[in-house]
Design a protein around this ligand. Sequence first.
Ligand code: GDP
Ligand code: CA
Length: 308
Amino acid sequence: MNVAVLSGGVGGARFLRGLLAVVEPGNVFIVGNVADDIELLGLHVSPDLDSILYTLTDRADEARGWGRADESWRALETVAELGGESWFRLGDRDLGLHLVRTELLHAGVPLSEVTARIARAAGLEATLLPATDDAVRTFVETPAGTFPFQTWFVARGHSDEVDAVHYAGAPEARAAPGVLEALAAADVVLLAPSNPYVSIGPILAVEAIRDALERRSVPCVAVSPLIGGRAVKGPADRMLRRLAGGTSPWHVASCYSGLVDALVVDVADAPAELPAGVQAVVTRTLMTDAAAARELAAAALGAAGALA
Ligand code: GDP
Ligand code: CA
C-alpha cells in the first residue's frame, strides 16, 4: 500500500514517525512544506524538511521540541559576537546540513534532488519530497504589518494576530518532480496534524497539487492539529479563531474543503459536526510517545480503509 502524506515540520514529523511504524517506509511518500524556507548567513534553510528528516532518522532533540539532538551553538555565538544575524537559532550540527544543501543548490541542483541526496545519506527510508522546487514563501498580514513567515514566527514570537496569509510565488509554482507521481500512485492520501494555514496551506497553494487532491480517486484523511479546540503547540488555534471563525473540528475541516473525506479528531472534540461529505473519526490524538503516534497513524489509515 502506498501512502502520500502532506506535512509541515514538527507536528507532521511526529505523526510520520508513527506512520513509519505501521507502513513499510519504502511505500511512504512525504510531501513537505517549503514555504518556511529562509536564506540566512548565505545559507538555504528548510526548517520543515529538516524537522522531518531529523525526527525520522532519530536525530531530533525531543526535549527542546525542534532541531538536532546533542546540538551546540558555537558558530552562532561567533555570529552574534560579530554582529551578524543570530535571531534564527541555527545549531552547529544543523549548520552542517545547510552548508551541504546550499552548496548543491548553488551548483544548480534542484531542491528535490538535494533533499533526496541528503535523505539517502542520512538513512531515511521513506521518500521525502519538497512540495515544489520553486520559491513559494509564506507571508502573514498582521495589524503591525506584513511579515515574512520566519520574521513573524521566530523573530516576533508569533505574537501578532494574523489577518491573512499569502503564499508568494505559489501561482507560478510547479509541483516538484515525484510529487504528482506519488499522489497518483497513492492508495491513501493523509494530511498530517500540521498547521492548516502555514504548513499544509502552502503545499495546497501549488495548483497542480490541489488539483490532484480535488480529482483524487482514493480516500484523503486529515488529522486535526487541535485537541479540545487548542493547539498542542504554536499558533494554529489563534489563527483558526481569527481566520476561520472558530476552533471546532468543523472549522479545521473548512480549511480543507473539497479535499478530504474524513477528519481524525480527538475525543476531547467529540461529538464532531463536520461539513457534508467529511466523516469524523474520533480517537486520542495526543502523540505523547511513539506508541501514541503509531496508534494515531493506524486510526487515520483505518479511516481511509473504511472509505475505500
Ligand atoms: P511546524 O511546521 O514545525 O510548525 O509543525 P507542523 O505545522 O507540522 O505542526 C504544528 C502543529 O502540530 C500544531 O498546530 C500542533 O497543535 C500540532 N501538534 C503537535 N503535536 C501534536 C499531537 O501530539 N497531536 C496533535 N493532534 N497535534 C499535534
Ligand atoms: Ca513549519
